[in-house]
Design a protein around this ligand. Sequence first.
Ligand SMILES: [Zn+2]
Length: 203
Amino acid sequence: MTCSGRETPNLRATQVEIYEGLRAESQNCWPSLRHDLGALADLAAPLLPAGQARYLMGVGTPEDIVECVGLGIDLFDCVMPTRCARNGLLFTNRGKVVIKNARYRNDQAPLDEACDCYTCRNFSRAYLRHLFIAREILALMLNTIHNVRFYLALMERIRTAIAGGAFEDFRQSFGQKQRDGDDGSIPEGRADENMNTEEEDET
Ligand SMILES: [Zn+2]
């Protein structure tokens, strides 16, 4: 006997099959549910074994990661840096950059002066914006290189701050800088739905 359900139809009686439409209903109502990530992490972290790594799946923005580290979380994994990169939302030490915004049309500065990634060392914001508006696949590659490096560097800085007993100062200063960035929402759709060649955001 296997559990694939092919040989034993009764084993296919999952919740979805018992409650017709449950999956679709859950998908529809989930975005409307409001949940306090900090409260959930604060609730769960003390319940986990002391002395072992604490893993939080699906989190999150840079600010979320810093806050959750403060609540005792050690490990994360999330599509956030790569999905956002493919949609032109870039994380920097000065907050979010929505690279298609018109303000970057002639901006010759690196995406993030404080970043040592290949993208920031070799290309300007104006060039990255051009690539994105032109729907060049290179835009997604360069954006992804930066966002992944930003997240790795963020974790390095967090570890340094913790080791130096300065995490709380880091948390506060990081949060303040992040609030200075562009007002870009976290994308949900596919990259090609957001690589806009018709309308350029003039903000
Ligand atoms: Zn970079």
